[in-house]
Design a protein around this ligand. Structure first.
Ligand code: 1CP
Length: 349
């Protein structure tokens, strides 16, 4: 935490300080639903866009120019750190991320590298510096991010997205010592990456554990995920910026997720926000939790769901409005504009 009180709505909400109106930013706010993004994407591959600092900075700022958002998130992805760890990652158009040499044995895990961020991800650090130069005079904070160890391990072992996490869970349950080594290596790389992003200018950090909750029940989460997330969040205290702990599908053991750490807990749309906040504890900030697909409906229906989220927050300090997961690529741009403006008006004091 900084010594002086932050002035931006977003950072004030992270610290549960009083604010004039609820801050809002949206996961995947930079992306395919925006024509400006699609124009650049037609000319460049995903990895080119991430590893060219000027392009990544431009894409980060696209939604900031278009909407009255209270925070930016650096344009990157959770998967590029795996390249530096020795995995051959490709974003295949129409299919998503593919790893051509996935981990399949204890030997593979021993060979996984843990290089420092400066060696493998310096373009993202450069992009963060460019974006913060633009945003600081406007008092809009930039969020840095990375994947949590389980979610990254699932890509490294499955070779891409998965429906059942069969290979990941087979390895986890049958060779716990190798699982521990892999998770520890991921913690080392992700902690270094996140700390470097804060040093480069990120004013907050979000850890995405997108898939742990969809893959694992409470007992497995506690044995095979929580110890590593806890050590990651502990290391991130050195960043002196607020950390957002985001997961999906963890409704039934949200208290165990929150116990791992983070000043802010990001929740999905599967539980009313008030109930989720009760499980987390009202002494922590919360981020969420509109179902992103409600933005594909007529405005009156979208509005109903926004009102529900705001009612659930009940004006308590420490609510950051966001979606329960990323914006869908078919979302009409006009609905995003309406959403952001409506939240600011509706929740103003
Ligand atoms: O072709 C394209 O343009 C690819 C679409 C896309 C985009 C816009 C991908 C591929 N990644 C991104 C950017 C991205 N990814 C951001 C940018 C910042 C912002 O929010 O504006 C962020 C935060 C991510 C994080 C990310 N990537 C997550 C965690 C968030 C979540 O949605 O749960 C995950 C799981 C990924 C992996 C990934 N990258 C891309 C895709 C299509 C996927 C998911 C594939 C799958 O497993 O189904």
């Amino acid at each position: 935490m900084t010594n002086s009180e932050p002035t931006s709505r977003f950072l004030r909400a992270c610290h549960r300080l009083p604010i004039d109106t609820t801050p809002v930013w949206l996961m995947r706010q930079a992306g395919r639903y925006m024509a400006e993004y699609r124009t650049l994407r037609a000319k460049h591959s995903m990895l080119e866009m991430i590893t060219t600092p000027e392009l990544a900075a431009e894409i980060t700022l696209q939604p900031i120019e278009a909407f009255d958002l209270d925070a930016a998130i650096i344009f990157a992805d959770i998967l590029p750190p795996l390249i530096g760890m020795g995995l051959d990652l490709e974003f295949v158009p129409g299919k998503g991320p593919v790893i051509h040499n996935p981990i399949s044995s204890a030997e593979d895990i021993k060979r996984i590298l843990t290089p420092p961020t400066e060696q493998i991800l310096s373009p993202t650090l450069e992009a963060i510096k460019l974006v913060t130069q633009e945003l600081e005079p406007r008092n809009i904070p930039l969020i840095g991010f990375a994947g949590a160890p389980f979610t990254l391990a699932s890509y490294a072992i499955e070779g891409g997205g998965s429906k059942d996490y069969a290979k990941t869970k087979a390895l986890m349950y049958s060779d716990p010592a190798s699982w521990q080594l892999l998770m520890e290596k991921l913690v080392t790389v992700q902690a270094d990456y996140l700390l470097a992003q804060a040093k480069a200018g990120a004013a907050a950090l979000q850890v995405f554990d997108s898939w742990a909750g969809l893959a694992l029940g409470q007992e497995s989460y506690k044995r095979f995920v929580a110890p590593y997330n806890t050590s990651l969040f502990k290391m991130l205290r050195g960043a002196s910026v607020p950390v957002i702990n985001f997961s999906t599908g963890t409704t039934s053991y949200l208290e165990d997720v929150a116990a791992c750490g983070g000043e802010v807990i990001g929740v999905d749309f599967r539980m009313p926000l008030g109930a989720a906040w009760g499980k987390i504890g009202f002494d922590r900030a919360i981020q969420g939790n509109l179902d992103p697909m409600t933005l594909l409906a007529p405005w009156s229906e979208t509005q109903y769901h926004i009102d529900q989220v705001l009612d659930q927050a009940a004006g308590r300090p420490g609510h950051i409005f966001n979606l329960g997961h990323g914006l869908h690529k078919t979302t009409p741009v006009e609905n995003v504009r309406r959403l952001v403006d409506y939240i600011h008006v509706q929740s103003s004091n």
